[in-house]
Design a protein around this ligand. Structure first.
Ligand code: NAG
Ligand code: NAG
Ligand code: NAG
Ligand code: NAG
Ligand code: NAG
Length: 410
């Protein structure tokens, strides 16, 4: 055939690299939001990015109930790299990671955890460490596999859109070729504005297990709201592409840090869960309070986040009263409902009914309040109910049918 036809045939070949991983949103711990690029181990030895920090977090994940609830990923972010050796292989900073990354992976595995690592497709990482340029993609994938790494977050600083369009699929293929199952977290869409036509989410779902769509989260409620608003504004685009093995990532949980009140911490957890988001904590697990642990370790919350259908929820109602309702369909005809208040005055008495939320009239439901454990029984579509929602807080229900009503003959 003439060359143009051949090129078209090649271009239309879909590169699907289904690695079978992350059928449920990943859960774990990621260093960035809390520990950033703190590399001053003489000034701040307990909190600098070092092997010791990751080993201490690994111990906490294993010993304080996290791992057994599903928080198994221990993920390194930027600022671990020391340079490249004579063969061009990545090496960690010798002072801060004296035993190397393979040692840290072994340590994580010995505790039943998985190790995630970070690199950047481009000349440098965002903090200026050596990046993975296109000619280094295969070599770096092999290095990560040799170290027995289980996840790669590939950032996108210091590259062009063309380099990213070539590099992310190339890294997916290179990871696949190592033969080691390595979950792939792509920051690609966040660098292209997060929306079609610049972002092809069909392609992303074929090559990445999760992707950052939007800006980095910061330790404030304002930042949580900006992320949430962006996800809700674009939910018609984003909601359908999430599913088992491929997730939208609104970024880390701030719970346990400094910027959120108790109500706001509960709200972030509930909203991220209803969005089928990855649950990456980024907090100091050595000093986290019992109250924040309760939020993050709520078993029903985690069950909902990890629902096998993997359907991302949506905002279904936005009231003039500044109450919003979010709904996520779950297995066994259950649903998660989040009543969220953006009010700034006092606890609000929100009156509604399942009919108003478009639930079937032929079923009797029961709900469990995810935070209090209270059971609300005998809910029929016309049953009026009231939920009391605190300012910048949520009420979250796990709603399930308990019986079908006889449908009267027409
Ligand atoms: C590589 O991709 C193929 C095709 O989707 C898949 O069968 C295989 O499991 C993948 N291997 C790894 C290690 O991801
Ligand atoms: C990466 O480095 C090369 C070589 O120095 C340079 O030509 C290119 O402009 C750089 N790319 C970016 C996106 O900074
Ligand atoms: C998006 O990627 C998919 C899978 O690679 C491809 O089939 C499709 O043509 C692409 N869509 C656009 C608009 O480029
Ligand atoms: C209920 O369904 C109607 C009709 O399809 C639709 O207009 C409305 O937005 C739905 N409401 C909710 C809360 O889903
Ligand atoms: C529920 O409330 C609506 C309006 O507030 C009212 O019209 C209706 O009669 C109430 N239904 C029941 C079953 O009490």
């Amino acid at each position: 055939p003439p060359p143009t036809v051949l090129l078209l045939a090649l271009a239309s070949q879909v590169l699907v690299l289904e690695n079978g991983l992350l059928r449920k949103p990943p859960m774990g711990w990621l260093a960035w939001e809390r520990f950033r690029c703190n590399i001053d181990c003489s000034e701040d030895p307990k909190n600098c990015i070092s092997e010791q920090l990751f080993m201490e977090m690994a111990d906490r994940l294993a010993q304080d109930g996290w791992r057994d609830l599903g928080y198994v990923y221990l993920n390194i972010d930027d600022c671990w790299i020391g340079g490249r050796d004579a063969k061009g292989n990545l090496v960690p900073d010798r002072k801060r990671f004296p035993h190397g990354i393979a040692f840290l992976a072994d340590y994580a595995h010995s505790l039943g955890l998985k190790l995630g690592i970070y690199e950047d497709l481009g000349n440098f990482t965002c903090m200026g460490y050596p990046g993975t340029t296109l000619d280094k993609v295969v070599q770096d994938a092999q290095t990560f596999a040799e170290w027995k790494v289980d996840m790669l977050k590939l950032d996108g600083c210091y590259s062009t859109p063309q380099e990213r369009a070539e590099g992310y699929p190339k890294m997916a293929a290179a990871l696949n070729a190592t033969g080691r199952p390595i979950a792939f977290s792509c920051s690609w869409p966040a660098y292209e504005g997060g929306l079609p036509p610049k972002v092809n989410y069909t392609l992303l779902a074929d090559i990445c297990n999760l992707w950052r769509n939007f800006d980095d989260i910061q330790d404030s409620w304002r930042s949580v709201l900006s992320v949430l608003d962006w996800f809700v504004t674009h939910q018609d685009v984003l909601q359908p592409i999430a599913g088992p093995g491929h997730w939208n990532d609104p970024d880390m949980l701030l719970i346990g840090n400094f910027g959120l009140s108790f109500e706001q911490a509960r709200a972030q957890m509930a909203l991220w869960t209803v969005l089928a988001a990855p649950l990456f904590m980024s907090t100091d697990l050595r000093t986290i309070s019992a109250q924040n642990m309760d939020i993050l370790q709520n078993p029903l919350m985690i069950k909902i986040n990890q629902d096998p259908l993997g359907i991302q929820g949506r905002r279904i109602l936005k009231e003039k009263s500044h109450i919003e309702v979010y709904l996520r369909p779950l297995a066994s005809e259950a649903s998660a409902i989040v009543f969220f208040s953006r009010r700034m005055d006092m606890p609000y008495h929100y009156h509604s009914s399942l009919a108003r939320l478009n639930f079937s009239s032929s079923v009797v439901y029961e709900a469990q309040d995810v935070y209090t454990g209270d059971i609300i029984s005998g809910l029929q579509d016309k049953t009026n109910f009231t939920v009391i929602i605190n300012p910048s807080g949520v009420v979250m229900w796990y709603l399930y049918p308990i019986r079908k009503l006889e449908i009267p003959q027409q």
